[in-house]
Design a protein. Structure first.
Length: 235
């Protein structure tokens, strides 16, 4: 069984209810946005080190039992349990290997290839967001790259967000709302030119999400279907 972030949240909530019968001081929104950031990062690190799901859940239970007596003050507990997405650098739809290869093939020789992800919440906004709906994490999701823009510094693929499909449910973009925070428009940075100081972030301001002949516009291509999973990228 894969231990997901939803599993962690549910286990955390269950332990809190067990440890503190006066849980009502938290609003419904607070309960929904519950995050034990320090604990979550610790548990994720356990998972990355190869601990079993049972060991992780036991560690969670022990940590919570140690925490609860120390934080009897509701406001102090609230400050620990809620707040910013500490530890998450950004949220993105990370491309699978086949999709990476498709886009990497477009990169000019000698350029640094990225073709890694479509940013949904960028780092400056990640720290202030209430987080990403847990049911959206995972995938795969698929969408089309319909145009490409390139100058001497960066190459960028334009995402047609209307083609977005959640392959788990076959829901299309009409029923999927991705809360973009930060990116100027949905895109994938394909490559940069280190010799000219190219940076991936330039994709946000070098080009406009328009099809046209100007140097700051995208040129249409035969749509390239790509897929990947929505992930919270840790620092």
């Amino acid at each position: 069984m894969k231990l997901t972030r939803r599993d962690l949240r549910r286990a955390i909530l269950e332990n809190l209810h067990e440890g503190n019968p006066n849980f009502e001081f938290l609003s419904d929104i607070d309960q929904h946005d519950m995050r034990v950031v320090q604990i979550q990062n610790f548990l994720i690190s356990m998972k990355n080190r190869g601990h079993t799901n049972q060991e992780i859940l036991e560690a969670l239970s022990q940590v919570m039992k140690n925490l609860m007596p120390q934080e009897s003050d509701p406001q102090a507990l609230s400050e620990i349990m809620m707040g910013q997405r500490f530890g998450v650098e950004y949220t993105a739809l990370v491309l699978d290997q086949d999709s990476h290869v498709k886009l990497a093939a477009l990169a000019p020789d000698g350029w640094k290839v990225y073709s890694h992800h479509m940013t949904i919440i960028n780092p400056p906004n990640q720290s202030s967001t209430t987080g990403f709906e847990s049911e959206w994490i995972g995938g795969p999701y698929c969408f089309d790259i319909i145009a490409v823009a390139v100058d001497r510094m960066v190459m960028t693929g334009l995402v047609d967000i209307n083609t977005l499909v959640d392959t788990r449910t076959n829901d299309s973009s009409g029923s999927i709302y991705l809360p973009f925070k930060g990116p100027a428009f949905p895109h994938v940075t394909i490559a940069t030119n280190p010799a000219e100081g190219g940076k991936p972030a330039m994709s946000n301001w070098k080009f406009k999400p328009e099809i046209g002949e100007r140097s700051d516009q995208f040129k249409p291509i035969d749509p390239i279907a790509v897929c990947g999973n929505i992930e919270e990228i840790m620092r």
